[in-house]
Design a protein around this ligand. Sequence first.
Ligand SMILES: [Mn+2]
Length: 316
Amino acid sequence: MTRPLPRRRSLRASSAWFESPDVMDASSTLSTPLTRTQVYMGAQTSLEGAKLALFGLPYDGTCSFRPGTRFGPAAIRNVSDGIETFCPVCNADLDDVQFADVGDLILPPGDKAETLRLIEQAAGELYSKGIIPAGLGGEHLVSLPLVKAAFNRHPSLVLVQFDAHLDLRDDYLGTPLSHATVMRRISEFVDPSRILQIGPRSGTREEFETAKKFGTYRSADLAPQQLREWVGDRPLYVTLDLDVLDSSILPGTGTPEPGGVSFVTLQSWIRALADCNWIGWDVVELSPDYDLSHVSSIVSSKIVRTLILTSTALSC
Ligand SMILES: [Mn+2]
């Protein structure tokens, strides 16, 4: 097997950053404080003309089991040079998409409220510029401010969650804001009739009863076409918790759960949404250091590629 060569465009973008730390023009990026190591392959660093912007959310302050998701965004970028910009399943190439990677938000360790505020502000700023926000977690709590910003701009949105967990606890050990409660908090402002939770296989009895009452639960048997029909032409936000994948495919996550879906199944669901009205997405819960083979990071990086190509398909 031949190893793919690093793409020239992404190398240029990355080295430009290292050579010139002040390469970022303040007017062409977010006003939220940012830091950057490497950009996702093929990404531009400026928001100028971008249809979509990646931004890293290195936060794992409420991880209930194994921490480390703060290293997720960097890992996704680091391995991205090793995969191709062309996706044969999408029949599309990242080189044909104008998208940005603005780096990671600088989030104050230990300050949950300020962290959530900064994330919502950054996403809101992207919406005001007409750019699709694409958040790279970090733990799943980062989706709360992301969905809030999306909801403020698109109150009629529908939310599709891919996840091994329902995240519907009302509190986790007394705290209402946790990656184990994120969907419960979201359901307080996004009507549950607009939420689909796909692939959950772990949670409390109460969570599964709540999901049943809400009507949000869908098993991993859900056909891609059924998902497409449910979304219709409504504004679509996707929150993708990588632990929806089987733990043999993606062991590098904080709360791995056996019995998950394959990469192909997940890709089929995403691709079924190719002609939808995408308004935002996030990919969360990669905890790269639990997988020394780096395969979890590569899987995550490929999912990010699929999401970039799918969520911008209509505007290309
Ligand atoms: Mn989750």
